[in-house]
Design a binder for this molecule. Structure first.
Ligand code: PHE
Length: 340
Protein backbone atom coordinates (compact mmCIF):
# COMPACT_ATOMS: atom_id res chain seq x y z
CA UNK A 1 0.00 0.00 0.00
CA UNK A 2 2.54 2.57 1.11
CA UNK A 3 4.66 1.61 -1.90
CA UNK A 4 1.96 3.04 -4.15
CA UNK A 5 2.38 6.41 -2.44
CA UNK A 6 6.16 6.29 -2.81
CA UNK A 7 5.88 5.26 -6.41
CA UNK A 8 3.53 8.11 -7.22
CA UNK A 9 5.78 10.61 -5.38
CA UNK A 10 8.72 9.43 -7.49
CA UNK A 11 6.59 9.85 -10.59
CA UNK A 12 5.51 13.36 -9.57
CA UNK A 13 9.15 14.29 -9.03
CA UNK A 14 10.29 12.89 -12.35
CA UNK A 15 7.40 14.31 -14.38
CA UNK A 16 8.75 16.62 -17.08
CA UNK A 17 7.14 20.06 -17.17
CA UNK A 18 8.65 22.51 -19.63
CA UNK A 19 5.56 23.99 -21.24
CA UNK A 20 1.92 24.76 -20.57
CA UNK A 21 0.62 21.45 -21.95
CA UNK A 22 2.89 19.41 -19.70
CA UNK A 23 1.85 21.55 -16.78
CA UNK A 24 -1.78 20.76 -17.51
CA UNK A 25 -0.98 17.05 -17.78
CA UNK A 26 0.72 17.25 -14.39
CA UNK A 27 -2.34 18.93 -12.91
CA UNK A 28 -4.71 16.30 -14.27
CA UNK A 29 -2.47 13.52 -13.02
CA UNK A 30 -1.59 14.70 -9.53
CA UNK A 31 -3.98 17.46 -8.49
CA UNK A 32 -7.33 17.14 -10.26
CA UNK A 33 -10.31 15.51 -8.50
CA UNK A 34 -10.10 12.39 -10.64
CA UNK A 35 -6.29 12.25 -10.62
CA UNK A 36 -4.06 9.59 -9.08
CA UNK A 37 -3.47 11.32 -5.76
CA UNK A 38 -7.20 11.63 -5.11
CA UNK A 39 -7.53 7.95 -6.03
CA UNK A 40 -5.03 7.05 -3.30
CA UNK A 41 -7.01 9.09 -0.78
CA UNK A 42 -10.01 6.95 -1.69
CA UNK A 43 -8.01 3.83 -0.88
CA UNK A 44 -7.26 5.11 2.60
CA UNK A 45 -10.16 3.20 4.14
CA UNK A 46 -8.73 -0.09 2.85
CA UNK A 47 -5.38 0.47 4.57
CA UNK A 48 -4.93 -1.72 7.67
CA UNK A 49 -5.42 0.22 10.90
CA UNK A 50 -1.79 -0.04 12.06
CA UNK A 51 -0.53 1.45 8.76
CA UNK A 52 -3.10 4.23 8.47
CA UNK A 53 -0.99 6.81 10.30
CA UNK A 54 2.11 6.37 8.17
CA UNK A 55 0.09 6.07 4.96
CA UNK A 56 -1.83 9.25 5.76
CA UNK A 57 1.33 11.20 6.54
CA UNK A 58 3.09 10.06 3.35
CA UNK A 59 0.01 10.73 1.25
CA UNK A 60 -0.27 14.29 2.60
CA UNK A 61 3.40 14.83 1.79
CA UNK A 62 2.74 13.69 -1.76
CA UNK A 63 -0.28 15.99 -2.08
CA UNK A 64 1.72 18.94 -0.74
CA UNK A 65 4.61 18.20 -3.06
CA UNK A 66 2.33 18.03 -6.11
CA UNK A 67 0.65 21.34 -5.24
CA UNK A 68 3.93 23.12 -4.52
CA UNK A 69 5.55 21.91 -7.67
CA UNK A 70 2.52 22.88 -9.75
CA UNK A 71 2.43 26.40 -8.33
CA UNK A 72 6.16 27.06 -8.64
CA UNK A 73 6.39 25.70 -12.18
CA UNK A 74 3.32 27.67 -13.29
CA UNK A 75 4.90 30.92 -12.07
CA UNK A 76 8.22 30.15 -13.70
CA UNK A 77 6.54 29.43 -17.02
CA UNK A 78 4.50 32.65 -16.86
CA UNK A 79 7.60 34.73 -16.14
CA UNK A 80 9.35 33.20 -19.10
CA UNK A 81 6.39 34.03 -21.35
CA UNK A 82 6.42 37.68 -20.16
CA UNK A 83 10.07 38.05 -21.03
CA UNK A 84 9.79 36.39 -24.43
CA UNK A 85 6.88 38.58 -25.41
CA UNK A 86 8.57 41.86 -24.54
CA UNK A 87 7.15 42.17 -21.07
CA UNK A 88 8.44 45.06 -19.00
CA UNK A 89 11.60 44.44 -17.04
CA UNK A 90 11.36 46.88 -14.17
CA UNK A 91 15.03 46.47 -13.32
CA UNK A 92 16.22 48.12 -16.57
CA UNK A 93 17.33 51.78 -16.43
CA UNK A 94 14.71 54.22 -17.80
CA UNK A 95 14.94 55.89 -21.20
CA UNK A 96 16.42 59.33 -20.47
CA UNK A 97 13.85 62.13 -20.75
CA UNK A 98 15.37 65.06 -22.68
CA UNK A 99 15.15 68.23 -20.59
CA UNK A 100 14.66 71.51 -22.43
CA UNK A 101 16.72 74.62 -21.89
CA UNK A 102 16.20 78.33 -22.37
CA UNK A 103 16.72 79.84 -25.81
CA UNK A 104 20.06 81.68 -26.17
CA UNK A 105 18.22 84.96 -26.86
CA UNK A 106 16.26 84.53 -23.63
CA UNK A 107 19.44 83.76 -21.72
CA UNK A 108 21.18 86.89 -23.03
CA UNK A 109 18.10 89.07 -22.55
CA UNK A 110 18.04 87.98 -18.90
CA UNK A 111 21.77 88.61 -18.50
CA UNK A 112 21.28 92.16 -19.83
CA UNK A 113 18.26 92.75 -17.58
CA UNK A 114 20.20 91.52 -14.54
CA UNK A 115 23.13 93.83 -15.24
CA UNK A 116 20.86 96.87 -15.48
CA UNK A 117 18.72 95.78 -12.53
CA UNK A 118 21.84 96.12 -10.37
CA UNK A 119 21.96 99.86 -11.12
CA UNK A 120 18.28 100.45 -10.55
CA UNK A 121 16.65 99.85 -13.96
CA UNK A 122 13.24 98.21 -13.99
CA UNK A 123 11.61 96.42 -16.94
CA UNK A 124 8.80 97.87 -19.01
CA UNK A 125 6.87 96.25 -21.81
CA UNK A 126 4.48 97.50 -24.47
CA UNK A 127 2.45 96.34 -27.46
CA UNK A 128 4.07 94.91 -30.58
CA UNK A 129 1.31 96.40 -32.73
CA UNK A 130 1.79 100.14 -32.33
CA UNK A 131 0.30 103.38 -33.53
CA UNK A 132 2.20 105.99 -35.49
CA UNK A 133 2.40 108.33 -32.50
CA UNK A 134 4.29 105.96 -30.20
CA UNK A 135 6.52 104.45 -32.86
CA UNK A 136 7.38 107.62 -34.81
CA UNK A 137 5.67 110.95 -34.19
CA UNK A 138 6.31 111.31 -30.45
CA UNK A 139 9.91 110.34 -31.16
CA UNK A 140 10.41 113.35 -33.39
CA UNK A 141 10.46 111.50 -36.72
CA UNK A 142 9.76 114.06 -39.47
CA UNK A 143 6.77 113.30 -41.74
CA UNK A 144 9.02 112.20 -44.59
CA UNK A 145 11.61 110.24 -42.59
CA UNK A 146 12.70 107.14 -44.55
CA UNK A 147 12.02 104.84 -41.57
CA UNK A 148 8.31 105.43 -42.14
CA UNK A 149 8.43 104.25 -45.72
CA UNK A 150 7.28 100.83 -46.83
CA UNK A 151 10.74 99.34 -47.27
CA UNK A 152 11.47 99.58 -43.57
CA UNK A 153 8.18 99.24 -41.78
CA UNK A 154 5.25 96.85 -41.80
CA UNK A 155 2.11 98.97 -41.96
CA UNK A 156 -1.42 97.67 -41.78
CA UNK A 157 -2.99 98.33 -45.20
CA UNK A 158 -6.46 99.18 -43.92
CA UNK A 159 -5.15 101.60 -41.32
CA UNK A 160 -1.83 103.35 -42.00
CA UNK A 161 -1.84 104.64 -38.44
CA UNK A 162 -1.15 101.08 -37.22
CA UNK A 163 2.27 99.49 -37.57
CA UNK A 164 4.35 96.62 -36.22
CA UNK A 165 6.80 98.45 -33.96
CA UNK A 166 10.21 98.96 -35.53
CA UNK A 167 11.93 99.52 -32.17
CA UNK A 168 11.04 99.36 -28.49
CA UNK A 169 11.55 103.13 -28.16
CA UNK A 170 7.75 103.13 -28.43
CA UNK A 171 7.64 101.57 -24.96
CA UNK A 172 9.80 104.41 -23.63
CA UNK A 173 7.26 106.92 -24.94
CA UNK A 174 4.51 105.07 -23.10
CA UNK A 175 6.55 105.06 -19.87
CA UNK A 176 7.33 108.79 -20.14
CA UNK A 177 3.64 109.56 -20.79
CA UNK A 178 2.54 107.60 -17.75
CA UNK A 179 5.25 108.05 -15.14
CA UNK A 180 6.99 110.93 -13.46
CA UNK A 181 10.81 111.17 -13.42
CA UNK A 182 13.11 109.86 -12.15
CA UNK A 183 12.70 107.09 -14.71
CA UNK A 184 15.18 104.24 -15.12
CA UNK A 185 13.75 101.57 -17.33
CA UNK A 186 14.75 98.83 -19.74
CA UNK A 187 12.45 97.75 -22.58
CA UNK A 188 13.26 94.37 -24.07
CA UNK A 189 11.05 93.01 -26.82
CA UNK A 190 10.37 91.83 -30.32
CA UNK A 191 10.54 94.31 -33.20
CA UNK A 192 9.73 94.12 -36.91
CA UNK A 193 11.34 95.55 -40.02
CA UNK A 194 10.76 94.88 -43.66
CA UNK A 195 14.11 93.23 -44.35
CA UNK A 196 15.08 90.20 -46.41
CA UNK A 197 16.23 87.32 -44.20
CA UNK A 198 19.98 86.66 -44.34
CA UNK A 199 22.87 85.64 -42.09
CA UNK A 200 22.94 89.17 -40.68
CA UNK A 201 19.33 90.39 -40.88
CA UNK A 202 15.80 89.20 -40.13
CA UNK A 203 12.38 90.84 -40.40
CA UNK A 204 11.73 89.89 -36.77
CA UNK A 205 14.37 90.47 -34.13
CA UNK A 206 14.77 91.58 -30.53
CA UNK A 207 15.92 94.78 -28.95
CA UNK A 208 16.59 96.04 -25.53
CA UNK A 209 16.36 99.77 -25.10
CA UNK A 210 17.16 101.77 -21.98
CA UNK A 211 15.93 105.13 -20.73
CA UNK A 212 17.13 107.29 -17.87
CA UNK A 213 15.37 110.58 -17.09
CA UNK A 214 16.16 112.71 -14.06
CA UNK A 215 17.49 116.14 -13.11
CA UNK A 216 21.00 116.87 -14.43
CA UNK A 217 21.54 113.66 -16.42
CA UNK A 218 24.52 114.19 -18.72
CA UNK A 219 26.30 112.48 -21.59
CA UNK A 220 28.96 111.43 -19.05
CA UNK A 221 26.27 109.40 -17.24
CA UNK A 222 25.36 107.74 -20.51
CA UNK A 223 28.97 106.82 -21.25
CA UNK A 224 29.65 105.52 -17.76
CA UNK A 225 26.46 103.42 -17.74
CA UNK A 226 27.35 101.79 -21.04
CA UNK A 227 30.98 101.23 -19.98
CA UNK A 228 29.69 99.42 -16.93
CA UNK A 229 27.25 97.37 -19.02
CA UNK A 230 29.74 96.32 -21.70
CA UNK A 231 32.39 95.27 -19.16
CA UNK A 232 29.84 93.28 -17.17
CA UNK A 233 28.48 91.47 -20.21
CA UNK A 234 31.59 90.92 -22.33
CA UNK A 235 34.43 91.15 -19.80
CA UNK A 236 37.03 93.68 -18.69
CA UNK A 237 39.20 93.35 -21.79
CA UNK A 238 36.54 94.67 -24.17
CA UNK A 239 36.94 98.24 -25.42
CA UNK A 240 34.06 100.63 -26.09
CA UNK A 241 33.83 103.60 -28.42
CA UNK A 242 31.16 106.15 -29.31
CA UNK A 243 30.82 107.29 -32.91
CA UNK A 244 28.86 110.48 -33.69
CA UNK A 245 25.57 109.60 -35.37
CA UNK A 246 22.01 110.76 -35.89
CA UNK A 247 18.65 109.66 -34.49
CA UNK A 248 15.57 111.91 -34.63
CA UNK A 249 14.85 111.32 -30.93
CA UNK A 250 18.30 111.96 -29.44
CA UNK A 251 20.69 114.91 -29.60
CA UNK A 252 23.62 114.43 -29.56
CA UNK A 253 23.54 110.83 -30.80
CA UNK A 254 26.14 108.11 -31.06
CA UNK A 255 26.64 104.60 -32.33
CA UNK A 256 28.07 102.24 -29.72
CA UNK A 257 30.93 100.06 -30.95
CA UNK A 258 32.88 97.42 -29.04
CA UNK A 259 36.26 95.92 -29.94
CA UNK A 260 35.80 92.76 -32.02
CA UNK A 261 35.69 89.71 -29.77
CA UNK A 262 36.77 87.34 -32.53
CA UNK A 263 40.03 88.96 -33.62
CA UNK A 264 40.56 91.00 -30.43
CA UNK A 265 40.71 94.15 -32.52
CA UNK A 266 43.22 92.97 -35.13
CA UNK A 267 40.68 92.93 -37.97
CA UNK A 268 38.68 89.98 -39.34
CA UNK A 269 35.62 89.24 -41.50
CA UNK A 270 33.13 89.78 -38.71
CA UNK A 271 34.38 93.31 -38.00
CA UNK A 272 35.13 93.90 -41.69
CA UNK A 273 38.80 94.37 -40.84
CA UNK A 274 38.10 97.42 -38.67
CA UNK A 275 38.55 95.78 -35.27
CA UNK A 276 35.19 97.26 -34.13
CA UNK A 277 31.59 96.01 -34.18
CA UNK A 278 28.49 98.09 -33.69
CA UNK A 279 26.12 96.92 -30.93
CA UNK A 280 23.57 99.75 -30.86
CA UNK A 281 22.72 103.41 -30.74
CA UNK A 282 22.47 105.95 -27.94
CA UNK A 283 22.10 109.63 -27.16
CA UNK A 284 20.59 112.35 -24.99
CA UNK A 285 16.80 112.37 -25.28
CA UNK A 286 15.78 115.24 -27.57
CA UNK A 287 13.93 118.03 -25.66
CA UNK A 288 11.12 117.76 -28.23
CA UNK A 289 10.55 114.11 -27.26
CA UNK A 290 10.40 115.00 -23.57
CA UNK A 291 7.85 117.74 -24.39
CA UNK A 292 5.78 115.34 -26.53
CA UNK A 293 5.57 113.00 -23.56
CA UNK A 294 4.62 115.65 -21.02
CA UNK A 295 8.04 116.07 -19.36
CA UNK A 296 9.51 119.57 -18.93
CA UNK A 297 12.90 119.68 -20.72
CA UNK A 298 13.88 122.73 -18.64
CA UNK A 299 13.69 120.63 -15.51
CA UNK A 300 14.69 117.18 -16.72
CA UNK A 301 17.17 115.62 -19.10
CA UNK A 302 17.92 112.01 -19.93
CA UNK A 303 19.66 109.51 -22.09
CA UNK A 304 18.46 106.54 -24.12
CA UNK A 305 20.16 103.63 -25.80
CA UNK A 306 19.07 100.67 -27.88
CA UNK A 307 20.72 97.40 -28.80
CA UNK A 308 19.92 94.28 -30.82
CA UNK A 309 19.82 91.16 -28.67
CA UNK A 310 20.64 88.90 -31.65
CA UNK A 311 23.73 90.93 -32.47
CA UNK A 312 24.96 90.85 -28.87
CA UNK A 313 24.31 87.10 -28.57
CA UNK A 314 26.17 86.47 -31.84
CA UNK A 315 29.18 88.41 -30.59
CA UNK A 316 29.17 86.90 -27.14
CA UNK A 317 28.87 83.29 -28.30
CA UNK A 318 30.50 83.69 -31.72
CA UNK A 319 27.46 82.66 -33.72
CA UNK A 320 27.97 83.31 -37.42
CA UNK A 321 24.42 83.12 -38.78
CA UNK A 322 21.34 84.89 -37.40
CA UNK A 323 19.00 82.31 -38.94
CA UNK A 324 20.17 79.72 -36.40
CA UNK A 325 18.09 81.50 -33.76
CA UNK A 326 14.82 80.67 -35.49
CA UNK A 327 15.53 77.32 -37.13
CA UNK A 328 14.87 75.37 -33.91
CA UNK A 329 17.68 72.91 -34.56
CA UNK A 330 18.29 71.20 -31.23
CA UNK A 331 21.94 70.60 -32.09
CA UNK A 332 22.36 74.38 -31.97
CA UNK A 333 20.01 75.09 -29.07
CA UNK A 334 21.39 72.31 -26.86
CA UNK A 335 24.75 74.10 -26.64
CA UNK A 336 23.22 76.88 -24.56
CA UNK A 337 21.52 74.67 -21.97
CA UNK A 338 24.13 75.22 -19.31
CA UNK A 339 24.89 78.91 -19.76
CA UNK A 340 23.30 81.82 -17.94
N1 PHE B 1 15.64 103.05 -31.47
C1 PHE B 1 16.90 103.00 -32.16
C2 PHE B 1 16.84 101.90 -33.23
O1 PHE B 1 16.04 101.04 -33.14
C3 PHE B 1 18.05 102.73 -31.25
C4 PHE B 1 18.29 103.85 -30.29
C5 PHE B 1 17.63 103.89 -29.09
C6 PHE B 1 19.15 104.88 -30.60
C7 PHE B 1 17.85 104.93 -28.21
C8 PHE B 1 19.38 105.91 -29.75
C9 PHE B 1 18.72 105.93 -28.55
O2 PHE B 1 17.61 101.93 -34.16
Amino acid sequence: MIENVHKLLAEAKAFEISNAEQLEAFRLNFIAKNGQVTALFKEFRNVPADQKKEFGAELNKLKQFAEDRFKATKEALEDAVDENQGGVDLTLPTIPNALGGRHPLTVVREQISDIFARIGFNISEGPEIEDDWHNFTALNFPENHPAREMQDTFFIEKNPDITLRTHTSSVQVRVMENEKPPIRTLSPGRVFRNEAISARAHCIFHQVEGLYIDKNVSFADLKQTLYYFVKELFGEQVKLRFRPSFFPFTEPSAEIDISCLLCKGDGCNVCKKTGWVEIGGAGMVDPNVLKNCGIDPEEYSGFAFGMGIERITMLKYQIKDLRLFTENDVRFLRQFKTIG
